[in-house]
Unconditional design. Structure first.
Length: 76
């Protein structure tokens, strides 16, 4: 289940507290200490194509948008 779908399901169960507790107990996302899902883009929250070099921590799509403002040059 994706990150956004979990939040949506919790909003729907607000009126039923007993079912909400059971849902959280069995379906809560696993707390992770390492791995791909820990590294998220600072701008958009995307998990894939993460650039962490130089402490940038953005995805490649966001990097293309902000590269010139950070000080990177594009070479042909």
């Amino acid at each position: 289940m994706t990150y956004s779908n979990y939040d949506k399901a919790l909003k729907q169960l607000d009126s039923k507290p007993a079912k909400k507790e059971k849902y959280i107990k069995h379906n809560a996302p696993k707390e992770r200490s390492c791995g791909k899902s820990l590294k998220r883009c600072r701008r958009c929250g995307r998990i894939g194509a993460h650039i962490s070099k130089y402490g940038i921590h953005v995805c490649r799509q966001c990097f293309r948008e902000i590269a010139t403002s950070i000080g990177f040059k594009k070479y042909n």
